[in-house]
Design a protein around this ligand. Sequence first.
Ligand code: SF4
Ligand code: SF4
Length: 725
Amino acid sequence: MEISFEQEIAQLRLGAGDTFHGEGILAITKALLESGVSYIGGYQGAPVSHLLDVMVQAKDLVAELGVHVEACSNEASAAAMLGASIHYPLRGAVTWKSIVGTNVAADALANLASPGVTGGVLMVIGEDYGEGASVVQERTHAYAMKSGLLLFDPRPELQNMVDMVRHAFRASEASSMPAMMELRIRACHLRGSFICSDNRRPALSALAPMAEPAAFDYGRLAHPPSTFRHEKLKVDERIPAARNYILAHQLNELRGGRHAGVGIVVQGGVSPALLRALQDFGAADAFGHSEVPLLILNVTYPLVHEQIAAFAAGKGALLVVEEGSPEYIEHEIASVLQRHGLKTALHGKDMIAATGELNPEAMLQGLAQFFARHLPAVDVQPVRARLDATAARRQQLAALLQRAASPASAPALPARPPGFCTGCPERPVFSALKLAQQDVGPVHVAADIGCHSFATFEPFSLGHSILGYGMSLASRAGVSPVMQRRVISIMGDGGFWHNGLLTGVQSALFNGDDAVLLIFKNGYTSATGTQDILSTPARADKASAADKTASLTATDRTIEDTLAGIGVQWLRTVHSYRVTTMRRVLREALTTDFRGLKVIVAEGECQLERQRRIRPWLEALLARGERSVRVKYGVDEDVCNGDHACMRLSGCPTLTLKDNPDPLKVDPVATVIDGCVGCGLCGENAHAATLCPSFYRAEVVRNPRWHERAVDALRTLALRVLRPA
Ligand code: SF4
Ligand code: SF4
């Protein structure tokens, strides 16, 4: 990874009484160190990647504290790492993106929660839900309920989040329950401040290792018959102990209000949106004071039944503001009211959106219904009028976006899907796959998680299914036997190490499957933030590379060696930008008589990381007044015939359109704008697909040598003479 977290690491060194200023996820990281963790692990993923990225770079700091940091191979290995806290009084923290990461971790989580923990355990979970999410829309809450995990959902304000981290470890130790803290994208990236404590060196650590292992204790094994006792312990002792802690330390916030006849129970994480919506009704101020009584749940599992019942007592109606489905909290509150014999009317998903993020608009709609029914003192008309105006405006815009002419349903403006970075090494491979299908016919494409999933959008539209990270090869096992043409599975090097090697490659080899796997070896887990993996080229190779601009992935053969080592016999490595060669190799893999697993490794360094790597080097050259060359491609507008076949094969954001300079032609011509990084795909595609000869390659030379200046002067003179006046 080429990004430096120097400033963030300096923040982690702050001591007692200092004020931390920064992002939520970094505040959480600091709180872990203040809580005396012995180990930190995890698997990167938005929105919590920053935690592990910073810790991996903070080598000096963690060495001073004796904290062990492990960049785990996937979420299952991160969850299994927490097993250290079953026997030993070690505090530990791991992080990953949910819900997908929690799904991967589920087996280890269940086996951790069953015996319970001695040292406090905290999983910092990126709840990737709602607008901007990149995974399936499900709730982590289900795991807390089924396995018996404490679930923190802190009100997003830095001091509160940090306090909740400190409490999470203590509550985990008091109840033996592992704790989770779900953080939505806004909580991770919101900025603020909090008062620091000193970082704590753990009593047991790499600096102070244990002399002896724990005594054998069958009761600590997640294995029958111990598991039967664990089940009883969870219900009879651990959950009650957790509830006692939550109540004794007032982790959930009660805010009184003059409208005592009603109340709102809200998850801490979505409470700012609720307060903002209450402001619009004139029922709250900008500082979070509410006229409607609130119970803000910083801990959403387990719920403290006595607290809920006390809050509901004497109220005519309760509204539960809970994001996503199913409405677990609402269901539990319903049973609490029933068991306590309370007649309080309960509302939730009957009034507030059951799906999608609870943004202020969704809140306003729900509150308008609730107040209209149960709190006539609040005038809902102004808000309703505004919501109606917004709905009308939305309809108007939708109508404007429809074509006037047929087809009536087609949008006038094209959708703007996300796409590969300019110069991405994965784009040429999909150009080649498109061309290879012209040769062999359309094939079923088992897609995967990673940057390569951008190929599911135009202009490639390649990919029939995505079953999880590293699962593409496994996901074609039922399709390939019933297909006349071979199925192709796409996987990144991140996915290969995360899961693909075991779930896909091993299984395909064991079963002798006639399968084709295309692995993108770009050197990093690019989609999660370009973290290093086992096959990332060594730092020394980067530093010593003679040609700093060359792709570095060729310096590492770990993937190829691993595949050969476990018995892959048909294995080809092809440079990603060689479109003609890649087309030929793909065609061969899809048609060869060889019946076993065929693997093509597409090798080309992630362009984002390459640019981060070479930019400082180029800037240093310029600062020293030394010569530098930047390759750029262009389109000769007089030759371009305006059919745009190049764009349908590329999708590069810097290969775009401009008005045709020829007044007799109406079709816009292709043009390359300034962001071109000179990856060469334009030339490769023109050659591989026999496109029109309008592309040219140019070299932009800075600080040219004297003879280059002289040649340039001569050329300029010749052009001036030859050009018609
Ligand atoms: S981050 Fe790297 S691999 Fe991902 S789209 Fe950008 S250049 Fe391609
Ligand atoms: S050469 Fe073509 S594909 Fe590559 S960055 Fe430039 S415009 Fe984009």
